[in-house]
Design a protein around this ligand. Structure first.
Ligand code: NOJ
Length: 723
């Protein structure tokens, strides 16, 4: 539809019809279906009237349902304005790739692009117009269960991967039926809730917000994301959906965002519970004033917005602007010409879980696994004849993680299936040993597990957290392996020291004891559909682990939050990080540093950093510094290494982190091969938010290091001059 026609359409709509465009319901709220909902139920409204005016729907099942929803609506809507259909496609639709935190460990934006491309195609075939992805919240506290949904504790990784997702999913032309629009979330600071409890308050300085939390949302907006979702939490006292500074000043003003803002689930109505609105009507007033266009689920807009406009509390102009933004998005998606967009049942059958998609999912699972520890027992030789596969995850199929589609777990390859398909002659004895639920105490299976461990040549011990223990509303106050799993681990490791631990979990765990007793630990996260195939290939060396931690693993929960890019303080703890140093910033009963630092990850080969050179020792602000890292594969297997570049500003007008990742590149090296990896460092990468919240660089000395967090391998110094 031509742009000017949208204006005419708007002018022909009644007040109630305009409000309807800003109402979003769960498909299950007004049609009969058994779809899962992703939050509390909204108020049930008169289905027929709602169907006539409603603008968008979230959480539906498949292409057939998408078409039926659209048909039903279009038959009732006098203006024939198509519905927008939205869905959480977080790590794949039917072919599930690893959880976002795991994808971050791949340090591979290209791989993210491949996964996004697969997700886009499957989602479009399902009938999705908008996905609530990417989620780019910086998260530094593994107690927060939604850490699994972000790529990293580091905004650089979130920015790059989030932008890669947006560019790929949206393509150049949203009206193409295999492209979908992206909604960036949860704006802003949602990943820093007090105590790690989901939905909790966030209080931080504007400087910290701008430096560590806002950049990834901005990167996605700059990449063209058409929608933004404000977060549930109160930020410095104002819930985001009503936060005029965040929404009007920063998002729309500073960043020039002109797309649609959609509230999170019930977030408008929840302004009452937050205590900033006296009632639901007042909540609508506040959300409209902050430029929230669509009200997801609670129907606060449906019930109160027309009245607010009639009485003049909300201007008709503000309403029209919001409606126009929604109509423009529909128009850009080409829905007026083709309301079904990509919904296609034949296409669903053709591409869901097709071999090409499975291959991408398997590769992604391999590249995001992190070898945390290996005393040399991995990889296992393929000559093994008998292994014991022990633990609560030994035969588990729920390996796809939170925010996978309902039922997607049924398609996942289990460990025994992966092992059998790869090594048909291998005898695999499986024993569960114990459960992994919080509060599980039953240890009656451990004896049988120990017997199996004794009998086998080697043991694969599959431990972790139940799939739904990390995700929305799944915060934990303890980060140890839940249930009696450590007891199982102690007994099995004593019975057979040739035991490799495989972990399936959605957050960094506190693995101090396990690390002390297990010779090998391979973090698989929730790897998705090809879980078992990827694990088998990694265990037996057909794939070489190359993942690096995108968030550090604490020694204990007491260390959290634990950002790798911490400040030095005036009384830093002397190195090495052991012993008690009174009157320094340290613990009496624990080292400061994490058990496994950000960026850590082993390989079956050995990489050496031979050199780090700078193209010059001094740069002016308009000059580029070339940093070259020479890395060699000194081992006997081919493998991939992530070259990480860290910066430290030695002295500035505000305190600066002890290390900051400013770039990364992944290289593949054959045994004996050497590569020179070059990075361009510009003045922009030296900038920070100063005391007055200006984004500036300051002349002076900077350290550039390679290695990983807390473990610099080579360091050089350069100076930024004034001009
Ligand atoms: C609530 C979650 O916070 C958000 O991430 C999600 O997109 C919506 N529900 C819709 O399911």
């Amino acid at each position: 539809m031509r742009e000017e026609k949208l204006g005419k359409l708007l002018a022909s709509m009644t007040l109630e019809e305009k409000v309807g465009q800003l109402v979003q319901c769960n498909a299950g709220q007004f049609i009969e279906n058994k779809m899962d909902i992703t939050g509390p139920d909204g108020e049930i409204l008169p289905a027929e009237e709602l169907n006539r005016v409603i603008g968008s729907v979230l959480t539906f099942e498949d292409a057939a349902q998408a078409r039926a929803l659209q048909d039903k609506h279009l038959a009732a809507d006098p203006h024939k304005i198509p519905l927008l259909l939205m869905l959480d496609v977080i790590h794949g639709l039917r072919t599930t790739y690893p959880i976002p935190l795991a994808m971050g460990c791949s340090f591979d934006d290209g791989l993210m692009t491949e996964c996004a491309d697969m997700a886009r195609k499957e989602a479009a075939a399902c009938g999705v117009h908008v996905t609530f992805n990417p989620m780019v919240d910086t998260a530094r506290d593994p107690r927060w269960g939604r850490i699994l949904e972000t790529n990293s504790e580091e905004p650089l990784i979130n920015s790059r991967m989030g932008a890669a997702f947006v560019r790929t999913a949206q393509g150049d032309d949203l009206s193409r039926k295999d492209n979908i629009a992206c909604c960036v979330k949860h704006y802003a600071g949602y990943g820093a809730p007090e105590g790690g409890r989901d939905y909790n308050t966030v209080d931080m300085s504007e400087r910290q917000l701008r430096e560590s939390y806002l950049p990834a949302y901005k990167a996605c907006v700059d990449a063209g994301a058409r929608l933004v979702m404000p977060s549930f939490n109160a930020l410095n006292g104002i819930p985001s959906v009503a936060n005029r500074w965040l929404m009007n000043q920063v998002l729309r003003g500073e960043w020039g965002f002109s797309g649609v803002v959609v509230s999170d689930y019930n977030a408008v109505g929840e302004l009452v519970a937050h205590g900033v609105a006296e009632n639901m009507k007042d909540a609508v007033r506040l959300a409209m004033a902050a430029g929230c266009d669509i009200d997801m689920v609670q129907n606060a807009y449906y019930l109160h917005l027309a009245e607010l406009v009639r009485e003049g509390t909300v201007s008709e102009e503000a309403l029209d602007k919001a409606v126009l933004r929604v109509l423009e998005l529909k128009n850009e998606l080409g829905l007026f010409e083709n309301p079904y967009h990509g919904a296609d049942e034949a296409k669903e059958r053709e591409i869901y879980l097709c071999p090409e998609h499975r291959e991408i999912a398997r590769r992604a699972a391999e590249e995001s696994a992190v070898l945390l520890k290996n005393d040399g027992i991995l990889p296992f030789p393929e000559t093994l004849r008998k292994v014991a596969l022990i633990g609560p995850f030994a035969e588990e199929r729920h390996l796809v993680g939170f925010w996978s589609r309902p039922g997607a777990w049924k398609d996942a390859v289990t460990l025994p299936e992966g092992l059998k398909a790869m090594l048909p002659a291998l005898e695999v004895i499986t024993e569960r040993g114990c459960g992994a639920e919080i509060g599980d105490t039953d240890i009656s299976g451990i004896e049988r597990a120990v017997a199996a461990a004794r009998e086998a040549e080697a043991v694969i011990l599959a431990l972790g957290e139940p799939e739904n223990d990390s995700g929305e509303g799944r915060s934990r106050a303890d980060l140890c392996l839940p249930g009696p799993q450590m007891e199982l681990a102690r007994r099995v490791l004593a019975a057979n020291p040739r035991t490799a631990v495989l972990l399936f979990n959605g957050r960094p765990l506190a693995l101090t004891e396990l690390d002390a007793i297990a010779p090998a630990v391979l973090e698989m996260w929730y790897p998705g559909t090809e879980a078992g195939s990827a694990a088998a290939r990694l265990l037996f060396g057909r794939a070489n682990p190359c993942g690096k931690l995108s968030a550090g693993f604490p020694r204990s929960v007491g260390q959290c939050p634990l950002p790798y890019n911490r400040m030095n303080t005036g009384r830093p703890k002397p190195q090495p990080d052991s012993g008690v140093f009174p009157f320094t910033s340290s613990y009496l009963d624990s080292p400061n540093l994490p058990l496994y630092s950000f960026g850590h990850g082993l390989s079956y080969t050995r990489f050496e950093t031979l050199d780090l050179t700078l193209s010059r020792e001094t740069i002016r602000p308009d000059e580029t510094l070339q940093v070259t890292v020479t890395v060699r594969n000194a081992g006997e297997r081919a493998g991939k290494e992530v070259v990480q570049l860290y910066l430290r500003d030695r002295a500035a007008s505000v305190v600066r982190p002890v290390q900051q990742l400013i770039d990364y590149k992944k290289v593949f090296l054959k045994p004996g091969e050497t590569a020179e990896v070059t990075f361009d460092v510009t003045e922009e990468q030296l900038r920070f938010w100063d005391y007055e919240c200006r984004y500036v660089s300051e002349p002076g000395a900077f350290e550039i290091s390679t290695g990983y967090a807390d473990h610099p391998e080579k360091t050089r110094v350069f100076t930024l001059t004034k001009d």
